[in-house]
Design a protein. Structure first.
Length: 402
């Protein structure tokens, strides 16, 4: 008899599981609460859809923090090269950008998603939008539909509902209390790849919000990375900040304080910078001394003044030290609803090796619902694809064992 599988959540993890299970002969229905599938996937595609990363796989597989070892079997079974081959099979050729990130040549997500949904329908997958899971029934799963509430009773269910970032796109973490009531351990959901609040002065905020700081490096407990970030109305945002966000978030949580330490001129040594500043005419304005001696002007010079109001009175040695290691004091992460992704979720101790929830036989989970996080750069999508595929294989194995 054909096995019935319900997949709750129509993002990358859920759709990948649907592809694998339907190809293996299961009857699959995907329930998506939103009016269309893959809404967060499409949002990511607006900036080019960074689908995976080309770095050496041994490094790639370690980008998932404490969850790296647990994710490794899923990633081994669906590597970044496999992601690129899968996309090519759907008519989307990819290329490697200068940063090592991998993008579709068309630089958008919609053609890939359309081709993917066509493939799923051709494989017999039933795709239902505006079908929202609303919790457990005594003998099944309640689903709110445009025609009213129904109860579905499939042979297996996969939850692929995302974390808690971008709730307006569907990832609202409404599932947390329902699973908690079933004794599924949940780690607190926290913002990941997020910005931070900084107590800017009104003058600095009004003048420089939206301005990028380019060609800088930044240091935290995560290490030192070069790149750029943006001054925002509330604080700081951007790729370089996201590279440090997990370390900064955890230090804020642990110590109540954290600094992102910025090198405004990473190409010049502190000794050379001190000599260049010392050669400037002491009677010249501070702006001119910074511009001629350090090459600092605009938002970089303003940031130095903002954070060190008496910088103009400092000796060249002390000033050069601050330019090379300027601490930006952070207040808190931006709200999880604004974050690119979230940390926390279903604890790994609650999930067996096949991605089935130990307290609820026949219920599986994949994607950002699980307790892992990763930096931006294609890691998030690849792990969603890989865990969706791994959970599908787990469902197949469970059917075979039963």
């Amino acid at each position: 008899m054909t096995k019935q599988v319900a997949i709750i959540g129509g993002g990358p993890a859920g759709l990948m599981a649907a592809e694998v299970l339907s190809a293996a002969g299961s009857s699959v229905t995907v329930y998506e609460a939103m009016p269309t599938f893959g809404r967060k996937f499409l949002l990511a595609g607006k900036s080019g859809l960074n689908i995976t990363h080309s770095e050496e796989f041994s490094k790639f597989a370690k980008r998932f923090g404490p969850a790296s070892a647990r994710l490794r079997p899923a990633l081994d079974a669906f590597t970044p090269d496999d992601v690129r081959a899968w996309a090519a099979g759907l008519g989307t050729e990819t290329f490697v950008g200068t940063s090592g990130r991998v993008f579709p040549k068309v630089m958008k997500a919609s053609p890939l998603l359309r081709a993917w949904l066509r493939r799923l329908e051709a494989q017999g997958v039933t795709l239902k939008t505006r079908h929202r899971w609303t919790g457990f029934a005594e003998d099944g799963y309640r689903v709110e539909t445009p025609e009213g509430e129904i109860t579905v009773r499939p042979d297996a269910v996969l939850l692929a509902l995302g974390g808690a970032s971008w709730p307006r796109l569907g990832s609202d973490a409404a599932w947390v209390p329902w699973l908690t009531e079933k004794d599924v351990a949940i780690s607190d959901l926290r913002p990941a790849n997020c910005g931070f609040d900084v107590a800017w002065s009104e003058t600095f905020r009004e003048r420089f919000a939206g301005e990028p700081l380019k060609s800088v490096s930044a240091t935290s407990d995560a290490g030192t990375y070069q790149g750029e970030f943006v001054i925002s109305t509330h604080g700081i945002e951007g790729s370089l900040v996201y590279a440090h966000s997990a370390a900064l978030r955890d230090r804020l949580r642990r110590d109540g304080a954290a600094n992102l330490v910025v090198d405004l001129i990473p190409g010049r040594t502190i000794e050379r910078l001190a000599r260049d500043l010392a050669r400037q005419d002491a009677k010249a304005s501070f702006s001119n001394r910074l511009r001629k001696g350090a090459g600092l002007e605009g938002v970089k010079a303003a940031l130095l003044r903002e954070l060190v109001p008496d910088a103009s009175r400092m000796a060249p040695e002390g000033l050069s030290g601050l330019i090379k290691a300027l601490p930006i004091p952070l207040i808190r992460p931006r709200p999880i609803a604004e974050a690119i992704s979230s940390a926390g979720g279903i604890a790994w101790d609650a999930v067996d090796e096949s991605y089935m929830l130990k307290p609820i036989p026949g219920l599986f989970a994949a994607g950002e619902m699980l307790d892992w996080e990763a930096p931006t750069g294609g890691y998030l999508l690849t792990a969603c694809f890989a865990t969706g595929r791994a959970a599908a294989k787990g469902i197949e194995a469970w059917f075979s064992a039963g």
